[in-house]
Ligand binder design. Structure first.
Ligand SMILES: [Cu+2]
Length: 110
């Protein structure tokens, strides 16, 4: 019985450390993304949802995107490129004029 309890507590410790390790794997990065309205927010957050992205939340007031991702699967550069491709300047990537011009007039932020 004693060994069984010991076994259980070891198992418990192991599962706890696994949870901690899994959380450490997620990286958070914050960068600026150009945009104005709720339509922009939906477009930006959709574009950011690449494989390996855990969460992407864009703030209308501050224009900051908080990105949480698994660095083994993707990186902030790939996400910034994906957002720029739909017309929004993201981090160090500028949206091409063609994609910027395709935005609705209410979404023009430049
Ligand atoms: Cu908009």
């Amino acid at each position: 019985m004693k060994t069984f309890k010991l076994f259980l507590s070891i198992l418990f410790c192991l599962s706890l450390s696994t949870v901690v390790l899994a959380q450490n794997k997620v990286k958070t990065e914050i960068f600026t993304v150009g945009g104005v309205c709720d339509m922009c927010k939906a477009r930006i957050e959709n574009a950011a949802r690449l494989k390996g992205v855990v969460a992407a939340t864009w703030n209308i007031q501050t224009h900051k995107l908080t990105l949480k991702y698994d660095p083994a699967k993707t990186n902030a550069d790939a996400v910034q490129k994906a957002i720029a491709a739909v017309g929004h300047d993201a981090g160090k990537y500028k949206a091409a004029d063609k994609s910027y011009n395709s935005l609705s007039s209410c979404c023009k932020y430049r």
